[in-house]
Ligand binder design. Structure first.
Ligand SMILES: [Zn+2]
Length: 272
């Protein structure tokens, strides 16, 4: 599943080719995404220039005319830019054509992604209005996390993954950031001290930054490339390493379920 680093890398890979270009065509081959692609999307886009491509949480926002084309990659979605589009293949659902014949193509085998219209101000859109701060937003700091978790009996890992509290921290990065911060995933959020939460915020940013930096080496894969864009494998400390030995202390990595997701941790390196 594309997480925030993959979405940010998609944004960087696509922006340079479409921002400032005018949209001259829209072909929706299959509108049955997570929500139907609106039938009037063409009237919002055609003839307008893409003024910006921004990201909010895992949503890509193409500013066009009076609003934004909102794209979510769901479980298996990807965007590619083609100067000479190859013939469509199975699961290519939408083409956006620009005035220099560039084609932006949306591909999504499982069709859990979304392509919707969000009028300005986009922050009022139902999918965006309850979102908490971005992990790199200065408003997301240890003090904020401390205040926001005082009444939370839920585990810190579930709090980190709650998009009303902070967006874009998926299962992989929550596990890795908690390891690096020395905090066990099941620890009730409200038990954590301010200094430990400050450390956690730092580690969340570090682990996401490292993944985005890895993504930078794949940027060319978004233009005129064949095959699927890759996902960036960090050298994980705990994620999906159940039964292996901790790289720091040599203890066995354990696994437990929290919410619906698997959590991985080292009982020696991570304290409750
Ligand atoms: Zn360890």
């Amino acid at each position: 599943m594309p997480e925030l680093p993959e979405v940010e890398t998609t944004r960087r890979g696509v922006a340079g080719r479409v921002v400032g270009r005018r949209i001259v065509g829209l072909q929706v081959y299959d509108s049955r995404l997570r929500w139907p692609v609106p039938a009037d999307l063409g009237s919002r886009l055609l003839g307008y220039t893409v003024d910006a491509l921004e990201r909010r949480s895992k949503y890509l926002l193409f500013s066009v005319g009076a609003g934004a084309l909102l794209v979510h990659l769901g479980m298996t979605g990807s965007l590619r830019v083609y100067t000479q589009p190859p013939p469509r293949v199975l699961h290519d659902h939408v083409d956006l054509v620009f005035d220099d014949d560039t084609v932006l193509r949306y591909h999504d085998p499982r069709r859990f992604g979304a392509m919707l219209w969000a009028p300005f101000p986009v922050t009022a859109h139902p999918l965006l209005q309850w979102l908490g701060p971005e992990p790199f937003d200065p408003a997301f700091d240890g003090d904020y996390l401390w205040r926001a978790t005082r009444s939370r009996t839920a585990a810190i890992k579930l709090a980190l993954m709650d998009s009303r509290l902070v967006v874009g921290i998926g299962n992989i990065y929550a596990n890795e950031a908690l390891f690096r911060a020395g905090i066990r995933p099941a620890t009730p959020a409200r038990q954590l001290s301010r200094p430990r939460l400050h450390r956690l915020v730092t580690q969340v940013r570090d682990v996401l930054s490292e993944a985005i930096a890895k993504g930078g080496s794949t940027l060319r894969d978004y233009v005129d490339a064949a095959g699927e864009p890759g996902y960036f494998q960090l050298n994980y400390y705990v994620y999906a390493l159940t039964g292996e030995l901790c790289r720091v202390c040599g203890s066995v990595i354990r696994q437990m379920r929290l919410g619906a997701r698997s959590s991985f941790y080292c009982a020696r390196c991570q304290r409750p």
